[in-house]
Structure formats: structure tokens, C-alpha cells
Design a protein around this ligand. Sequence first.
Ligand SMILES: NC(=O)c1ccc[n+]([C@@H]2O[C@H](COP(=O)([O-])OP(=O)(O)OC[C@H]3O[C@@H](n4cnc5c(N)ncnc54)[C@H](O)[C@@H]3O)[C@@H](O)[C@H]2O)c1
Length: 354
Amino acid sequence: MSEFKNAKILVVGGAGFVGSNLVNRLLGEDPAAVYVVDNLISAEADNVPKDDRVTFKLGSIADDRVLAGLPGDLDYVFHLACYHGNQSSIADPVADHDNNTITTLKLFDRLKDEKSLRAVVYAAAGCAVAEKTFDGARATAEDAPISLYHDSPYSISKLIGEFYGNYYFLRYGLPIVKTRFQNIYGPREILGAGRWRGTPHTVWRNVTPTFIWKALNHEPLPLENGGIATRDFVFVEDLAEGLSLAAQAGKPGEVYNLASGVETEIAELARTINEITGNPTPPDIKPARDWDRSGMRYGSTEKSKRELGFEAKTSVRDGLQTTIDWTRANKDLIARCIARHDRFINDPQLGSWR
Ligand SMILES: NC(=O)c1ccc[n+]([C@@H]2O[C@H](COP(=O)([O-])OP(=O)(O)OC[C@H]3O[C@@H](n4cnc5c(N)ncnc54)[C@H](O)[C@@H]3O)[C@@H](O)[C@H]2O)c1
């Protein structure tokens, strides 16, 4: 029987891409209640599944009134809120602090004496730990050394979240389980979701949804640095299963990679997307991004397989097919969210659809 049956669960950032997929999955496991707190800075309220067991609170988890209003008898907490993403954090490091750092501290401090809690799962980032290399990656294990030199405030914030998690575990016994995500893709990642965050990456959130949208529009896919970088792509439904396993089987105080262990070149990702969507336009080869030194990376799967029984089962091709189908079915919603930022980006192509 699922440990979530009759449980009371809080999902912070539950309107977002990963959060909404997680809420959807949790609802299938018969919880008593799922509470979602989200300030919609990078999300759409409509992404939260409509269900009588879901209560949505609009607001920041750093807001004292929101914290004071949290139910006192929670069984599980998933902390997925962040200031999305690397580029926005470079454009506005203080906004990153307000939504990606102080948020985590205040949430953990608020929860520290709650005796009902069985697990507090934190969304950490594999990219903050991965070695910076263009010379062939090795699988990043959970105990890999962590650099003190980082390319973005986002990356620093994700690590600070781990530090605070460790502190509240050691000092107060808060049952923190840290999960390090690789590159997540899949349905419900809405380009342009939420408010303008200072850069075009408000719209072009991540490589996979960006490539899919452009490919469906028969536009050239931009290949920075020739597309030689590699990433470990994890389908969001696999990730949601990993989060669920981490809450139920993860050891408090421990950290687990939620990785596939498969390294995929960005150029290969582009080829597959162009093939599935039938995009005839060749890619556009671009220079490397000036802030990005992390060329090649993928995560080790050993510990999470051994201790959680987690395996990312969906192949990149199958996951892409599902994501492309979802994008086609939701093109009007996505186009509306993209178009909201027209005035800031000034690109006549934005929001177009052939
Ligand atoms: N998607 C990935 O590839 C990836 C990789 C590594 C780590 N992560 C982590 O996973 C988590 C979810 O990421 P995502 O891709 O779903 O991004 P997302 O932007 O869709 O989700 C983040 C959510 O947090 C909300 N939020 C922001 N500030 C908040 C605040 N102050 N209070 C309450 N809610 C707030 C946003 O509105 C959004 O709904 C994040 O913590 C992110 O750092 C994601």
C-alpha cells in the first residue's frame, strides 16, 4: 500500500512544471489532502490539477502569513520552488535570493518542530555539483566534490538549500531527503509560464521545450557551441516517481541523484526532435553561452537504484514523442503564455504557429 494513502502533503512550487506533474501523481495514491503553495512567478494556476483534495494558496513560501497558515499535521513536504532559472538569476540575483534561498531557509525553519512529518523532500540540482568539463564526462556520484566557484546565483541557491537541509536535519532531526535532478523534460512545461523575469529565458526555459516549439514552427534549432554539450535527460513522469520513492524510502539526511545515467548530445536531441516533428530546417550553429562552462555531464544512478529502487525507464525518444504530442495538444495555451512577453522581447516570431 502506498504510504501516501490518507496522507496530508504540501507541495511548494506545485503549480510549476515538476510540481504539477508530482501533484498529479500523488493524487493517484489516495492522499487525504494536497496543499499547493505557489506565487506563480514561473507557473500558471491552470497547471494545478483540479481535484477536491487539492487546496491552492497563492503566495510566496517566504511570506510569514503563508508559513503561519500551513497545516500543522503534515505528513510529507516536497519543496520544489525556485527562481527559474540560471539566466534569470544572473539578471536579478536578489530576486533569486528572495525566491530560491530565503524561501528554503524560512520553510525549513517553520517545519523544524513538526513531529508529524515523515519526509521533507528537497529539489536540488545535479548541475550545481557536476564537474565542469568538455573532455568527456564521468557519471557524477552523490559524494562528488562540490566547487566553491559557481556560474550562477541559481546554482549557489540550490546548494545553499542542501546546506540548510543538512543543518536542520542535524540540529532538529527534520527528516530532509535531498534529490538532485538532471535535465527534466516532459508535459506541463509551459514556455513563457508566469511573470517576466528579465531575460528571454522567461520564454525559452529549457532546451527541450524550446527545441520542440521551434521545430513545430519549422524554425532552425539553435545549437550553441555546435551542440557538443551533453546532458542527462529525465522524463518528468519518471522524476515524479523518483520523488515519490525518495519520500517513502529515502533516508533522512541523505542525498539521491534522480538521473537516467544516459548521456545525450544536444545535437542528437535536436536531430531526434526534428525527425519526430518533421522539421525540414537545418539547425543554426551558434557560439557558446558566456556563463556556461558545464559542457558534458550525466548522473550516477547506482545509489538511487540500490536504496530507492529508482530507475528512469522512459527512453529519450519515447519521452520526446509524448512531449511533442502534449505540445501539439496545448499549443494555444503555450502561444498565449509566450505572447504575454512580446513587449519585452520584441520578436515577431514569438507565439507564432504554422
Ligand atoms: N527542470 C529541471 O530540469 C530541473 C533541474 C534541476 C533542478 N530543478 C529544480 O526542480 C524544482 C522545480 O523546477 P521546475 O523545472 O518545475 O521549475 P518551475 O519554474 O516550473 O517551478 C518552480 C515553481 O516555484 C514557484 N515559485 C517560485 N518562487 C516561489 C516562492 N517564493 N514561493 C512559492 N512558490 C514559488 C514558481 O512559480 C514555480 O511554480 C526547482 O526547485 C528547480 O530548481 C529542476
